[in-house]
Design a protein around this ligand. Structure first.
Ligand code: IMP
Ligand code: MG
Length: 171
């Protein structure tokens, strides 16, 4: 399989700085939790959290909806839940990519039941063509075509997460 660079390290970092500034401008006072969806969003979370200058807390959540292949199982499972209360806090879900929307549609409704002040989503990548469930996304790094991508946290069978850029994985 061959890797073709789609988004360079520099493009990623420039865009994250912009999103961080936007988050600083958008959020009023109050507790802000950045919730990293493991494992794919780990590098995005690390860079985004440091691009945000306001006070922010980081938390991690494990969710799986994908098996080892390239297609969603359509089933969402919480593999690691939060151990904090979200009551009266602003919650920003930090995700690597939105594909069908199944994962975030489910997760947003779940977190809403925990009485936060707000729930928003920041995703590095978005494949709008693939959407089958509605998701409101507040912050999008890049809209990409319907291609399977890896790198900067994204994997194929757990490989390629440690690439610095986002690449298309070609057969
Ligand atoms: P959704 O529920 O279909 O929106 O799937 C979201 C999850 O599928 C993401 O968090 C990724 O883990 C995975 N995923 C979707 N598209 C890709 C891709 O192109 N490369 C790697 N993982 C992907
Ligand atoms: Mg993911």
């Amino acid at each position: 399989m061959a890797l073709k660079t789609l988004i360079t390290e520099q493009q990623i970092q420039t865009r994250i700085a912009e999103i961080g500034a936007q988050i600083d401008a958008d959020y009023p006072e109050g507790t802000l939790y950045l919730i990293c969806i493991l494992k794919g969003a780990c590098f995005f979370l690390a860079d985004l959290a440091r691009a945000v200058k306001r006070d922010a807390f980081i938390e991690f959540m494990g969710i799986s909806s994908y098996g080892k292949g390239k297609t969603s199982s359509g089933e969402v499972k919480i593999t690691k839940d939060l151990d904090i209360s979200l009551q009266d806090a602003h919650v920003l879900i930090v995700e690597d990519i939105i594909d069908s929307g199944v994962t975030l549609n489910y997760l947003t409704s779940l977190l809403q039941t925990r009485k936060p002040k707000s729930v928003r989503i920041a995703t590095l990548l978005d494949k709008p063509e693939r959407r089958i469930r509605h998701v409101d996304v507040a912050y999008v790094g890049f809209q990409i075509p319907d291609e399977f991508v890896v790198g900067y946290g994204l994997d194929y069978a757990e490989r390629y997460r440690n690439l610095r850029e986002v690449c298309i994985l070609e057969p």
